[in-house]
Design a protein around this ligand. Structure first.
Ligand SMILES: NC(=O)c1ccc[n+]([C@@H]2O[C@H](COP(=O)([O-])OP(=O)(O)OC[C@H]3O[C@@H](n4cnc5c(N)ncnc54)[C@H](O)[C@@H]3O)[C@@H](O)[C@H]2O)c1
Length: 239
């Protein structure tokens, strides 16, 4: 059976991605700091690994456990992330550091560990990084440290795609716009209403719609795609 690791598994997008991959026949190891949320997800094909992804040592320990238990992995979805909303030029130093640490640094360390666990596995192995349309659309609300964390993630996507192409490890980013998850809670009602009104279909996207793309990239159909940043936004800002 193929093994996938999904970070931020207990969040809105994470739960949908885990459900998609389990339905597609994979065994999913879900990483999140929210042990209670992970416990709610108990089902066949799902394994919880409570991990603080801002802690490099914790990431190391979790991947070591996965290596011992499963021997290797076939896919990694770096989905954990948040959007801190302080305004430039008054973003506190610790908020900036946390933004980069969760959205970029944690994903970076997970990639380093995952690549090693993918060695010797059959077929094309997959890394999918959940970026954001906010890294590319400068007319929407996203603050600069959030944009920068996602742009860094997408540069990592491209580097690893080239670096590991001959090893048959495919690395892509999915960059969604407004998707209805608990993350909407960081926005004021006014900002949220305006952002949803800008979506061409008149509604936010649903986590399952994003998860379907993750599933597609991880399926054999995705074998030939690597190094791409796939923007999902209903055609809101075509550039
Ligand atoms: N919802 C959107 O509109 C939207 C748009 C673009 C991109 N994204 C991206 O999608 C991804 C998923 O976001 P979501 O909307 O599902 O948000 P969410 O808040 O529902 O989920 C985030 C998950 O990350 C976990 N997490 C937070 N800090 C952690 C830590 N230190 N260690 C481990 N886990 C931690 C949380 O517990 C939570 O389960 C994020 O990377 C986000 O930037 C979301």
């Amino acid at each position: 059976m193929k093994i996938a690791i999904v970070t931020g598994a207990a969040g809105g997008m994470g739960r949908a991605i885990c459900a998609r991959l389990i339905a597609d026949g994979m065994h999913v190891v879900g990483l999140d700091i929210d042990a209670h949320g992970l416990a709610e997800m108990a089902q066949d094909g799902f394994e919880a690994a409570t991990t603080d992804l801002m802690d490099a040592e914790a990431i190391k320990a979790t991947f070591a456990q996965i290596a011992t238990k499963h021997g290797g992995i076939d896919a990694l979805v770096n989905n954990a992330g948040t959007c801190f909303m302080s305004e430039f030029p008054d973003i506190p130093a610790d908020e900036f550091e946390q933004q980069m640490k969760l959205n970029f640094t944690g994903a970076f360390y997970c990639c380093q560990k995952a690549i090693k666990l993918m060695a010797g596995r059959e077929g094309v192995r997959k890394i999918v990084n959940i970026s954001s349309n906010g890294a590319y659309n400068f007319d929407v609300f996203d603050p600069p440290h959030y944009r920068a964390s996602k742009a860094a993630l997408d540069t990592l996507t491209k580097d690893l795609a080239r670096r590991y192409a001959h090893e048959k490890i495919a690395v892509n980013s999915i960059a969604p716009a407004m998707t209805e998850t608990p993350l909407f809670g960081v926005l004021s009602e006014e900002v949220l209403a305006k952002a949803i009104a800008q979506m061409p279909h008149g509604r936010a996207m649903q986590p399952a719609e994003i998860a379907a793309w993750v599933g597609f990239l991880i399926s054999p159909a995705g074998d030939v795609s690597s190094g791409n940043v796939i923007i999902l936004n209903q055609g809101r800002d075509v550039r």
